[in-house]
Design a protein. Sequence first.
Lengths: 614, 614
Amino acid sequence: MPAEFQNFDIKNERAAVAGRVAALRGELKKRNLDGLLVPRADRQQNEYVPASEERLAWLTGFTGSAGFAIVTADKAALFVDGRYTTQVRDQTDTKIFDIQHLVEAPPEQWLEANIKAGGVIGYDPWLHTADQAEKVAKACESAGASLKAVMDNPIDTLWRERPAPPAGLAVPHNIKFAGESAADKIKRVRAELAKSKAGALLVTDPQAVAWTFNIRGSDLPHVPLVLANALVPSEGRPALYIESRKLDNAVRRALEEVADVRTPDDLARDLDTLKGKTVRIDRASAADALTRAMTDTGAKVVRGADPIAIMKAIKNHAEIAGSRAAHKRDGMAMVQFLAWFDREAPGGKLTEIDAVERLEGFRRETGKLKDVSFPTIAGSGPNGAIVHYRVTRDTNRIIGSGELFLIDSGAQYQDGTTDITRTVAVGAPSDEMRDRFTRVLKGHIAIATAIFPESTTGAQLDPLARVALWQAGLDYDHGTGHGVGSYLSVHEGPARISKLGTAPLRRGMILSNEPGYYKAGRYGIRTENLVLVIAEAEPPGAEKPLNAFETLTLAPIDRRLIDARMLSGKERAWLDSYHGRVMEEIGPLVDKSAQKWLEAVTRPLATGYLSTDK
Amino acid sequence: MPAEFQNFDIKNERAAVAGRVAALRGELKKRNLDGLLVPRADRQQNEYVPASEERLAWLTGFTGSAGFAIVTADKAALFVDGRYTTQVRDQTDTKIFDIQHLVEAPPEQWLEANIKAGGVIGYDPWLHTADQAEKVAKACESAGASLKAVMDNPIDTLWRERPAPPAGLAVPHNIKFAGESAADKIKRVRAELAKSKAGALLVTDPQAVAWTFNIRGSDLPHVPLVLANALVPSEGRPALYIESRKLDNAVRRALEEVADVRTPDDLARDLDTLKGKTVRIDRASAADALTRAMTDTGAKVVRGADPIAIMKAIKNHAEIAGSRAAHKRDGMAMVQFLAWFDREAPGGKLTEIDAVERLEGFRRETGKLKDVSFPTIAGSGPNGAIVHYRVTRDTNRIIGSGELFLIDSGAQYQDGTTDITRTVAVGAPSDEMRDRFTRVLKGHIAIATAIFPESTTGAQLDPLARVALWQAGLDYDHGTGHGVGSYLSVHEGPARISKLGTAPLRRGMILSNEPGYYKAGRYGIRTENLVLVIAEAEPPGAEKPLNAFETLTLAPIDRRLIDARMLSGKERAWLDSYHGRVMEEIGPLVDKSAQKWLEAVTRPLATGYLSTDK
């Protein structure tokens, strides 16, 4: 049963890089440009971009999810972050591209040091936000050069086999899943606009468009979005800008009840009507081209956080009920998978790809799977230590005995998006592995059981997940949790549990709880459940409304990897009660053999679990 | 034995406010100004300002430590923060001044809404930083008005009884306390300059000047500073700008070994020599007047964090040894005070001022006290719940039975600055008080025993101090800790343990550890020790250098307020071991009666401490 929603082949295009860069240089010369910026971005700053927007991959061969290139007449630099330092050298031609660290030596710095005074550097204003454009413009100025907006991207002239842009049909997101009508949502968006006295809101994040208008689509991998923009004036009808071919009559009629449905080309014209008005835009997704168009027309553009983000992040009753149902369904698939894995892995023949395919299979068997919510991370042994590992035919390996296997995956169901990581032992784990796993678990439980006042931010909770690792001189180099959408993106703002999580955690938000530990070249550990922010009963004398988390994800945590002596009574109680819930809710849904397996692996710790007792 | 370094009289000048504002309006009219900004600030943005700079207090009657006024022809607003909402109404004339919240409704907002288009608002560029001036200028522009720099402050023309500026003598800070010569410090500052390729550093924070040149002074209350500026070029001799009358020959000669000693008036001239150079300035303390002067002369001014702050914050061996000695001495005074208090308070006659005077007396008896490091906060009963309470003759009250008494105080000794808070019970505390005190103590111990990787910030540790309070629906509305200087300011950057503490905690930094709980109208609790960041032994397999805290402060924590059942074994062990150390180090230094008292109050918790057993 091969995977339908993910593939393991990455074509290596390194050999083509030199020719493409040479062609680009020719094109730049024709246009009197001394250089070009090539971000890995589409027009709406999506995390996953359509194939037609993979200009960076076409030019450089590099297929990672974040990157940036600069090509001048005699230099070329490719910027990637710490996740991709190995991959980039495998994929690009390092004789052509100088590899730089995207964060530590960012493009602005390179521009300041490398471009010539008087030079003109081109950029595509559709692929950068205004903030980004200003940053590079400043760097160019500082080097005595200038930055020039180029509306027709030079790469598109050269890229002959460029895929067609996506044309997925928009589909309505049923009110029974959405829980609130588009009309009511628009009312709330307007109320927010009124508060800030703005004349209009330009909605450029497709997730915000999808949420507001209760539509979904299939323009991007793994995220059920339709590429569209919207303009919500403080008075009068909103307008939705979407390609006509993406709308069937029923959807069009439904949308027309709440908005004018217009084409993407109409947007530029409609921006002209904003003269003199204050227009709020989302600084993280609005293209510089749009910001410029509005400024040129005489609108006062206020860049800020997308006001829809917070409304979208706070799930309503229907979305919460949907998520609970989705997690029950997903838990069923996970339990079947884990039982299968536990049976098969000791045979010494399973590969990482086998595991990914089988897990996707179990999810498809639910009959409700729309997509995986991201390409499964399935890392055995040393591959587990690569935080954003993606298995390919080249890296695929047999999962050996004595190894840990880390599998991080998720599903898109109409009623909810899931994201779960389990780390399981194959054969006997070492004492060190059990020590590390237990410390990560202590961090996971610290978040799962946290009680905190209503205004608490994710940054304040993040350290609680690390204390047990710190005590051993260990840590993990990623956040503890991210927001999760409701049949939307598996990564959703504004809240997150991390050093950078300055947004307060509000009731109804769904976040991941995923501390980890990675021993380079040896193994990786991560235990991830999704959690829902709920009200906590206030003890007598409490002065502040309190919140806590309800764990949504339902799948056993490998007890063979737990050193129960390291857990406090409260921690043991949490694990046993969680396992009790998993057995109670998922047990009845799986077949007899998986049920028997589940019963064994969810027994209370206190009874003295041994790896032989099942 | 009255206090020498603090007084309890605050003259109420409310009756004079109307006349002074009227006079100011006359003066503004003469100068064709439509308004004036009056910050509570001196030329170097000191926390404590000289009496000669108390323009805000003169104009408004308000004596709080933070505030801002705006006076126009027909309006006047006074901005204070949450600490001062009651005090300000007592001190100013609210018929003249409209009271605004400094943070929630800041001056910029008021300007935008209240000043007339075409108006010209004056500000004294010596009393604002460039950042501050830009913020208000933007607000003025946004209202169609303009902001104008006024070099001779209109208030100074009117303020007849204005005190003379301070003229304290500069004194050398002995190398045995400083631990590093001025020459070596200047070398390090230069190395830092070289890294950023800047041509010079303008040093405008008097704390930075004092640290770099190993001088102290007496220009300000409670902080042994001399008001001076310095200019450190990347090459050539630094210059120190200081009034001649503040230097005796010996000090002058010592300073001249490392710098040109010049007068404050020379500074403006010397700035002219910076044309074409990149000059780094401290954005938090450099006056807008200086920033403008440099920009006018053609220097490239780079505003940033003061690079000296981090050097100063990391204490060297001599400073650490000094701090330990200072804390032993201060612990002796505190133990004598607490023993005295425990004996006297039950008599029912002690007032808050009695306690402040007696504590200062015990500190003076050490023969080493230079000043208190801030006015003692001594709040009994409801006064304890006022976080920044300062006792005056008006608010003074007898400390009653069944009350808590919170006393937060500190000393300036040449070898170190101290800051300690203890909360003690008078008579029998309620169960609620013991519950709250124990939760605060759990937070205090969580910080005292924290183990964390080297790059950890104060923001990451802050929540650990709150978890036990959160669980009861409680919290405190201030940070957990601030940096502390070495015979310098008791509040020192850049590190702090708070939501805003983004600076990593580095070995050698001294910070306070002071969680609290405040029940409005009833009582306040705070337990504060100073802690030193030290290296923690790395357990086998550790991957990161680890740090921890060494507690410097030595004084008992009131065990009558501890509910030992709420403490974990580890927490009890910390308290007992801390008390053992206090007895061992302080016991031999105090008289027989205090020693006997100390022995009783530092007995291990495990023996079952009862309020009757001493």
